[in-house]
Write a protein that binds this ligand. Structure first.
Ligand SMILES: NC(=O)C1=CN([C@@H]2O[C@H](COP(=O)(O)OP(=O)(O)OC[C@H]3O[C@@H](n4cnc5c(N)ncnc54)[C@H](OP(=O)(O)O)[C@@H]3O)[C@@H](O)[C@H]2O)C=CC1
Ligand SMILES: O=C1O[C@H](COP(=O)(O)O)[C@@H](O)[C@H](O)[C@H]1O
Length: 498
């Protein structure tokens, strides 16, 4: 591992909820990723805490399954891990934990400062208890203490405000890091660069030249045993209110004064405040049923999901931004589980040139697509003369596919970047309290209406493109699907086809 610029500092990472799924799938692998890249300070201790009694070797075996990489490095990383079980709502448990942590920290020689990074990989129902526990017993006596909080931050405006206020009594905003892991994704980071570092896009970036912007999140898996948790939230809270809204803010905000975290967030908040109330007749909700062969369980068959649940697993909604740049131009946000493919992208569809000189048969439009995952890419679909004697035009593309363009592409996982930033104290990629508040102001009336009126979602088959009405909604708001586009990069079988 690297020596930190200040080798008299020690870092203890404390993962609350260490026995859970998120810790196993994301938090520990991300720490391992940083370890492999030599980005953890040389004196690092990693403590897991949860209610379950787990022997340290069993715990290490569990974590080891989620780690990919060199076996020797894995062994070294696992030797940094400790685990302690205790209650989440009992001071005595945290006091006992504190003794163990300080004893471990004292074993390191020459250390003058012990910094502590707390990672709350726990359900929101215990955020406050755990925060009280950290604040009451575990704060570092001679270094910084920072707290990373996972989403969901509440389930509506009131509960989010309560969380913000309770956590605000215990920790300063500068020590709180609210994660939206989409902000750590490579292509999401690239959105600002594409927009503001290139002279070619900015003049076109408005309702004058763009007809619609669609932001899509698709997963090809269902809730897979997480139905009990998911049913309390639904896809709007799970993905749209946070990940897609963050992407929308970065795509639509005005240029910030500087790249400073507060300047960027100020622009995002300004933009979000211009979003008009979402209308129910501009929303499509869906819920997946079994696949055509009946082999994959429907949402209602997932463990913990009530048989009469009306929780949406799919949502599409139209957003209107009331500012000079976007007034009158729709933003279409779509997200769903159990669909035909896994994909997250931003699709900017341009208007046709005013004076279109060519055949009216080709109604396709220029599109700038930023594919966030999988296979990061930016491509611009354009019309070009078909090579040869004929005077025909066809759709083609300017293509920046990361895996072709960048040699030895090794992109860090979003969580790696975010944990590293929290260690550095950099808030740039974290969610500020006022940003969170305005996001809930946008969604709470809609969520209240859906729940009060028990609006029934439209069924769609597992593995399909989602509810039929979603494509109709896009069409209603001017989205024109370009037919006959053939990208040579797709194998003959195609990664998916229509
Ligand atoms: N660098 C690269 O990797 C590049 C890859 N490609 C690939 O080429 C293929 C075509 O690209 P592209 O034209 O951009 O994307 P698609 O044809 O996949 O999708 C274009 C749009 O049409 C919608 N759509 C797709 N099928 C239907 C349907 N049956 N009914 C109504 N709407 C539909 C999509 O919605 P939704 O999003 O909801 O599916 C999306 O909004 C894709 O597989 C793409 O990944 C193209 C260029 C570069
Ligand atoms: O926050 C969440 O995100 C994941 C999708 O994350 P990704 O990085 O794999 O795109 C989603 O599966 C989950 O339901 C949601 O809570």
């Amino acid at each position: 591992m690297t020596t930190t610029p200040d080798s008299r500092s020690l870092l203890t990472v404390i993962i609350l909820g260490a026995s859970g799924d998120l810790a196993k799938k994301k938090t520990y692998p991300a720490l391992f990723g940083l370890y492999l890249r030599d980005l953890l300070p040389s004196n690092t201790i990693i403590y897991g805490y949860a209610r379950s009694h787990i022997e340290i070797n069993d715990f290490k075996a569990r974590i080891s399954k989620g780690l990919k990489g060199d076996e020797e490095k894995k062994k070294q990383f696992l030797s940094l891990l400790h685990y302690h079980s205790g209650k989440y709502d009992e001071k005595a448990s945290y006091d006992e934990f504190e003794k163990l942590i300080s004893a471990e920290e004292k074993k390191q020689s020459g250390v003058e400062r012990s910094n502590r990074l707390f990672y709350m990989a726990i359900p929101p129902s215990i955020f406050i208890d755990v925060s009280i526990g950290i604040h009451g017993s575990l704060i570092s006596k001679n270094g910084w203490s920072r707290v990373i909080v996972e989403k969901p931050f509440g389930r509506d405006l009131d509960s989010s405000r309560e969380l913000v206020s309770e956590l605000g009594k215990l920790f300063k905003e500068k020590d709180l890091f609210r994660i939206d892991h989409y902000l750590g994704k490579e292509m999401v980071q690239n959105l600002m660069v594409l927009r503001f570092a290139n002279a070619v896009f900015e003049p076109l970036w408005s309702k004058s030249h763009i007809s619609s912007i669609t932001i899509t999140f698709k997963e090809d898996i269902g809730t897979e045993g997480r139905g009990g948790y998911f049913d309390q939230f639904g896809i709007i809270r799970d993905v749209m209110q946070n990940h897609l809204l963050q992407v929308l803010s970065l795509v639509a905000m005005e240029p910030p004064v500087s790249l400073n975290a507060d300047d960027i967030t100020n622009e995002k908040v300004k933009l979000l405040r211009c979003i008009q109330p979402i209308k129910m007749n501009e929303v499509v909700l869906g819920q997946y049923t079994s696949d055509p062969e009946g082999k994959i369980p429907a949402y209602l068959d997932d463990e913990g999901v009530p048989k009469d649940s009306v929780t949406p697993t799919y949502a599409a909604a139209v957003f209107h931004i009331n500012n000079p740049r976007w007034r009158g131009m729709p933003f279409i946000l779509k997200c769903g589980k159990a669909l035909d493919e896994r994909k997250t992208e931003v699709r900017i569809q341009f208007k046709r040139p005013d004076n279109f000189l060519f055949s009216d048969d080709d109604i396709s439009r220029n599109e700038l697509v930023m594919r966030i995952q999988p296979g990061e890419a930016v491509y611009l679909k354009l019309l070009s003369k078909k090579p040869g004697l004929e005077n025909k035009i066809e759709q083609t593309e300017l293509d920046l596919s990361y895996r072709h363009r960048f040699e030895n592409l090794d992109l860090p996982d979003a969580y790696e970047r975010l944990i590293l930033d929290a260690i550095k104290g950099d808030h740039n990629l974290f969610v500020r309290d006022d940003e969170l508040d305005v996001a809930w102001q946008i969604f709470t009336p809609l969520l209240d209406q859906i729940e009060k009126e028990k609006i029934k979602p439209e069924p769609y088959t597992f593995g399909s493109r989602g509810p039929k009405s979603a494509d109709e909604l896009s069409k209603r708001f001017g989205f024109i699907r370009s037919l006959g586009y053939n990208w040579p990069g797709n194998s003959p079988q195609g990664s998916k086809k229509n």
